[in-house]
Design a protein around this ligand. Sequence first.
Ligand code: SF4
Ligand code: SF4
Length: 369
Amino acid sequence: MSVMQQPVQIMLPKGAGRSSTMTSNIERRPWLRYVLAVVMTSFYVCVYWFPSALDVLTHLLDGFSHLLRGRPADAWFLYGTIYTLAVVLFGARTLMRNGHERYHRYRTVVLVVVQCIAAYLIPAMLVRIGRGEFYFSYFWPLKPEYLFPSSLTQMMQSHDALMTFAAWWSIVLLLIATPLLTYFYGKRWYCSWVCGCGALAETVGDDLRHLSSTSQRSWTLERWTIYPILGIITIITILLWQQHVNPNPELSSIVGHTNRIYGFVIGGLFSGVIGVGFYPIFGARIWCRFGCPMAAILGILQKYASRFRIEVNTGQCISCGNCSTYCEMGIDVRSYAERGETIKRASCVGCGVCSTVCPRGVLRVTSDE
Ligand code: SF4
Ligand code: SF4
């Protein structure tokens, strides 16, 4: 595998206009990346562990929070509001950039709408009507507690139709819809159309795609992190259920402790602080690529039980490298194109940008039979 770290930017097709974006600003001012990383990381650290440091900003949203949730704002409401606003604003820019292609137009609109409704408005409304916050766009293992016995039994036994529906939604989406949709469309149905992490990466992170390393070392590291994380959360979930059915105080305490460590290290430090704070250094899909257990499951399904693939028009590649440069998952697409080999990689999120930036129309993202 060759290493493609610098954008080549030759002969981009009309509308793919990436040379006039922040990509070039960042290339001209590399220090800007580190300043951005420090600012973003600091914000995340405050949200997670020092929310009082954000009090001034948080209270600016009190009125809006009362309107939406019937209570004053807190650091998480501030975070969710900034996050959603960023997805909307940068989503508009992504639309201007890539909206000439139907695929990008639809998926960007869907990503923004899902973020606004399922990941922001509905959870806020649920709080307003006295229910717990629930995110209909997240499932186990990305949101592991949705399959933990404590929350699942609580929702099921709540005698509340809405919460019972939410519990069943989690189960059916995970066990039935996920394998079916992944079989027909690949992991893109979730990673590039629904997921909030994907929404931020595809909008705010669109200028940072070229920062994802395509080296063999990164690929190896990817496999050594993402699958063990999936394994750990799977074991924790099984043990929590086993303890629910057949409790043993000593083991229960160990499992509970392990789960809290997982929540701190993976749920907080990795997915939030590193996953977004390090966007300007390692690209916008660092969490999706190296950490997300949902991406790991979808990737396995995509590789072994899906119609999704990227077809290569053999003999047309001019080795410009645009596809590898702009692959946010660090896949060296060019090496496949040069060999005329169909791409079926577990990590591909089906964003379709490699195809868009190819000046020769070599790549076709498809699920057709
Ligand atoms: S569709 Fe292309 S650019 Fe997007 S993740 Fe897959 S290989 Fe990379
Ligand atoms: S497939 Fe070949 S021609 Fe197309 S962007 Fe990649 S390297 Fe360039």
